[in-house]
Design a protein around this ligand. Sequence first.
Ligand SMILES: [Zn+2]
Length: 497
Amino acid sequence: MFEDIQYKEIFQFFQEISQIPHGSGNEEELSNYVKAFAEGLSLEVYQDAAYNLLIRKPGSAGREAEPSLLIQGHLDMVCEKDHGSPHNFETDPIALKLDGDWLFADRTTLGGDDGIAVAYAMALMSDTTHSLPPLEILLTTGEETGLLGANYFDTSQIRSKRMINLDSEKEGTVLISSAGGAKLQFHTRLTRSVQPDGYIPVTVRIYGLKGGHSGEDINKKRGNANKLMSRYLFGWYNHCPNTRLVSIDGGVKDNAIPRECTAKLWVPGDLSEEVERGCWWFGEDLAKEFGGTDSQAKIALEWADIARDPEGWSLEPCSNEDTGRILSFLNLAPDGVQNMSHVIEGLVETSCNLGILRTDEDIWTGVVSLRGSQRDQLLAMKEKFYILSGMNQIEMQVFSEYPGWEYREESALRQRYCAVYQRLFGKEAGMEAIHAGLECGIFAKAIPDLDIISIGPDIVDIHSPSERMSVSSVQRTWELLLAMLEQEESATVVERT
Ligand SMILES: [Zn+2]
């Protein structure tokens, strides 16, 4: 398949990797394979219990004493397939397809994210024709499921002070900063009792929203179904404080903007017309507010006939007090973009996403995904949520925290990248900070003076069966990587007097 392709060894390594299933949590075999490959080249290998690999390769002749450089990527891939695909990610090799410049897989994710980093790493390990500095190569596991391997890895093993992360998907754009974040979980016990006389049950649905990724899409002014439902319900509760909530459920993942939310409540029967009117007005407001960005957002109301159809109405309503404090909390909870960077144009600096709401018989739960590139801002947001939940007698717990990678004014590695890019391709490289998490954050925090950049070839539609990788971009990125590793004229240390 790759016989006539320039730098075919990289594509052949990629093909070898594709033969070994390596979804997140299933990296053992690939890790062992790369370990054996490195050992076969007599390189020093350290593998930990999470199957992370750190490989050391001495510098080429004359460069043995240079400071080492860390090349980093992740071993695992996201496993997604089309509905009709019989692919088994536990056992089957990824079936590669080549069409023109695009490499992709047969109705599954390709694993270019981040298999291409593993392929580059293997090419660097086995390279004997180029002059290379001493290299450390770190391949981690569980990146796609919460940076698990990087979090587990003993970073005191790393000797390098410069790191090139190969987990970016846009050629010509160097990443210079990523967000940190955390998952905030809220819960409270519920007291339920029989609904008062004269009350009638109603289901309210907000649906039709676009949703999206809570990092990349948070600045697109789309609606959050959970948040909109909270606003609607609080408005009604304010008008009619005797309203009793049964349940409020919406969203499936903390890092996805929720597209639907459903609430069940009991309202005084003589107010049914007002409820309908209020709902109609809210629908009008939705259309106005989101006409340009989320135009299919809808609210619908349905009176329940429990005697005829009791489905979904087994729970008694929550107490008046529970209803009030849950709705107050939800209505006040910050959501969406909180502030923009003053340093990097267009970068969302802090955001949150009220991703999940769940109501069980005796417990109510909410989950917020928090992101931010500044440590102090993240802390301030956590404190805000902490105060707000406390005021409403709701418990808060913090999970899955990961640090941000803050932008550094001074970065010799970034400067070098930009100069090399300009020299090779005759144009300026772009720079980008992202509002999502990268492993770089973990290494930046663990090794404060580590100079980091993140680069990679063009890969589009990652994490989906349409994922595809540009062959020519892989080739150019390889040339760029080699040029970055060439001996620098300024590498000789000049002693100042
Ligand atoms: Zn990745």
